[in-house]
Every structure is written in structure tokens, then in C-alpha cells.
Ligand binder design. Structure first.
Ligand SMILES: [Zn+2]
Length: 411
């Protein structure tokens, strides 16, 4: 609570949006909900005036995604002390945010504290990163699932005596599928934990990884804006990171404090000063868990549901999450009729009644599409159009490098 108050006071003193409009607020809960769009339209209102000497240049830099200097994966070096991060997220529109190096150090410390609660022996020296690697790192092509390439990658993991592996879950799941297809069992006796990050960790994926690698699989849930929001423990519960304050609100923005009631996540980043995030709508849905966690950590825990807001199918009577829904439709069709060959599918809703479906080519693709479309219409209780498009192999490789979303709403 003390940190929340100090955050509020900082906003009222240094951040124009709050200095002018919310100078009377006495608690965070009185502040308006903040969205990506609000910030994108008026960065100057949200950057702190404490950094006046660079603020104008920085605002121009983040407002203009065409400026691409000193780029590594998703990081741009604005200056010695300020690093800009860019997220394309599931909406496909780039969004930039900035942190100072000292802020990043504090956030990093917060992550390491949580990791050590899971495993006392983890350290920067034995954590191997598949993603989020610095600009000078030895680049491995983790998206090439060729067994020879995978053996090279895991050879490096072994040589590094890695105890923890940090990776997007869908990528490492692809690795396991390819390794198993080729009857390869890796020998990584030092590996204890796989930390998944960057995407929703499906329970099926967690199980596949646990079984293949015989390790503990943890979920590091976070955003580019705030970094770690929670890390899951041995019980599988996400414990909230000390640098983030998590609130939940319903669709009318009323606060939800009761456990097991689903709402939209609002994040307040307690250690970000340069570009503070306050009651920031992450786009994710979740709920607070009921009991104190059995792992011994008394802090509150929460559960994230699959499907960002962008992931809701529009125009349905009920709330349907596209990723979950279309996965179910694929399973349903393939249960009814064994059609081999589907390797890739993505559904994009272009308007209320029109969906584009992208797949690879396979022998009975037309039969599959017919069954898929009729199952989806039936379950949505709507009559909508599904237009089928076949992707080439190279287009699929490119798409698989993006965040893997079976469904995207673009309307
Ligand atoms: Zn726990």
C-alpha cells in the first residue's frame, strides 16, 4: 500500500495526465483506466516530466515506429540510459514503451527473487535463454525444427550446464514434436526448470514438456510494458511479482475482489517512473485464486485465462474466445473424421459475418474446410461465411514466427 501511495504521489507531481486531471485523487482506485490507445495518441501526457531534458525527443521516437536505430529483437537503444521496447502483440500494431536502465535493474531483481523462490540454485549463469537475448548474443535459430538444428541447440544448452531454460512454450513444444518424431531423447541431466514466457502456457503443453524433459515447468506471465507480473510455483499458481499491483474489473469497470470471479486485468507498474503504467488494461482476463497457496508463499495468486480481448469472437451471443473455440472445432472435425495433413490453421475475423481461414495444403483440405465451417456455424449459432486460403510453406514458416494465434479478430 505504501508503494501504491508513493506511485500516486509521483504521478501527481510529474506526469501531466495526472497532474492536470487527477490531482485530487487520494487512491489509485480513483484514477482512470489507461489503455494502449490512450498512450499511443498522447505519449507526452504519460511520460514523466522528471526526464524533461530528453522527453520531447523520446516522445518523437516512440511515436514514430519508422525510426529503427540500434535494433535487436524487440529493443531499441534510445540512449545510454534509456531503452525502448516494442511490442506488436496480437493486434499487429506496434506499441513502444521505454524504461531507464536503473528501472530495468529493479524489475530484473524482482524476477530473480521469484525464480529463487522456485529454485534456490538458479542464477544468471545457469539460465539459458531461447528468446529475449541481448544484442551481442550468439543467435540460435530456435524456429528451425530440423532435428540436426535442434541437436545443435540442445548441445549448447548442455555445454552451458543450463539449469533453467527460458523459452516461448509453443516453440519448445514444436521441438519436442520433431525430436519425438525422430526418436531422439535428449540427455540434459542438469536441466531442472523450463520457464515459459511470451505466450499463454496451455496445460497440454506444460504436460508434454514435463514428460519429455522430466523437469518442472513454470509460467512467467508478463507484458513488455511491465515485465514480470507473476511466476508460477510448484503448485502451478501464479504468484504476483513485487513490482506490479494487480486489480481486476468487470466489463463496466467495477472492481472485483472476490476470488474465482473472472475480470479484466489492470496493471500498475510500481517501479516504472519514466513511462509509468497505472491501472493499465493488459487485455487479459483472469481471476484471483481462493486459498493461500500450498507452496508456503503467503502472497496472493491468480489465474490467467486463455484469450486476450482481441481474441473474443465478435457478434456472438455468448463470450467465445477464438483461440479456444477454433481449437475445439478442429478437434471436433478430426474426431468425426480422420483427415491427415493439417499442420497450420489460422482464422481471422474481418467483419461480423466473415472469417478468413488460412491453412497448409493437404489432400482432403476441402472436406476438412466444409466440416470445419459447418461445425463452427453450428456452435456459434450463427450463419457466417468462412473463406478458405491456402498458404505456401514459406508463408507458414513466417506466420509461425509470429505469436501463435489460431484466432485473430480484425474488426
Ligand atoms: Zn505457490
Amino acid at each position: 500500500m505504501e508503494r501504491l501511495l508513493s506511485h500516486l504521489n509521483y504521478l501527481k507531481l510529474h506526469v501531466p495526465f495526472y497532474m492536470e486531471r487527477n490531482h485530487r485523487a487520494t487512491s489509485i482506485a480513483e484514477l482512470p483506466i489507461m489503455t494502449k490507445d490512450m498512450i499511443r495518441k498522447q505519449y507526452g501526457e504519460f511520460f514523466s516530466n522528471e526526464f524533461a531534458e530528453v522527453k520531447d525527443r523520446l516522445v518523437e521516437f516512440v511515436q514514430n515506429p519508422a525510426i529503427q536505430k540500434d535494433r535487436t529483437d524487440n529493443e531499441l537503444y534510445f540512449s545510454e540510459d534509456i531503452i525502448v521496447e516494442e511490442t506488436t502483440g496480437t493486434s499487429g500494431v506496434p506499441f513502444r514503451c521505454a524504461k531507464t536502465k536503473p528501472e530495468r535493474a529493479v524489475l530484473s531483481l524482482g524476477i530473480w527473487k521469484q525464480r529463487r523462490q522456485v529454485d534456490r540454485e538458479v542464477s544468471p549463469g545457469n539460465l539459458f535463454q531461447f528468446n529475449h537475448i541481448g544484442k551481442d548474443a550468439d543467435k540460435l535459430d530456435i524456429y528451425n525444427y530440423d532435428p540436426e538444428n535442434l541437436l545443435k541447440i540442445y548441445g549448447k544448452v548442455k555445454d552451458a550446464n543450463a539449469r533453467w531454460l527460458h523459452t516461448p512454450p509453443s516453440t519448445i513444444q514444436h521441438h519436442v514434436v520433431s525430436l519425438q518424431k525422430n526418436n531422439i531423447q535428449l540427455d540434459l541431466p542438469k536441466l531442472k526448470v523450463i520457464e515459459c514466457n511470451g505466450e499463454y502456457l496451455r496445460p497440454e503443453t506444460k504436460k508434454i514438456l514435463e514428460e519429455y524433459f522430466n523437469v518442472q515447468v513454470v509460467n512467467q506471465y508478463g507484458t513488455i510494458e511491465t515485465w514480470t507480473i507473476g511466476l508460477s510455483c510448484a503448485c502451478g499458481n501464479l504468484h504476483i511479482n513485487e513490482n506490479v499491483y494487480v486489480e481486476l474489473v468487470d466489463d463496466d469497470n467495477n472492481p472485483i475482489t472476490k476470488p474465482l470471479v473472472t475480470g479484466r486485468l489492470l496493471l500498475t507498474a510500481l517501479s516504472n517512473r519514466l513511462l509509468p503504467f497505472t491501472r493499465y488494461l493488459s487485455g487479459d482476463y483472469g481471476y484471483f485464486n481462493e486459498d493461500t497457496c500450498g507452496c508456503g508463499n503467503p502472497g496472493p495468486t491468480f489465474t490467467i485465462l486463455e484469450g486476450r480481448e482481441i481474441n473474443l469472437i465478435k457478434g456472438c451471443k455468448e463470450k467465445l474466445y477464438g483461440n479456444v473455440f477454433f481449437h475445439q472445432m478442429v478437434r471436433r472435425v478430426l474426431r468425426e473424421r480422420q483427415i491427415p495433413g493439417l499442420e497450420y490453421i489460422q482464422v481471422i475475423q474481418s467483419n461480423l459475418d466473415h472469417f478468413n481461414v488460412y491453412t497448409n495444403y493437404f489432400d482432403e483440405v476441402e472436406v476438412f474446410m466444409e466440416l470445419f465451417a459447418s461445425a463452427a456455424c453450428l456452435c456459434m449459432e450463427r450463419d457466417v461465411a468462412f473463406q478458405h486460403n491456402i498458404l505456401s510453406e514459406s508463408e507458414i514458416v513466417r506466420k509461425q514466427r509470429e505469436k501463435p494465434n489460431v484466432f485473430i479478430c480484425r474488426c
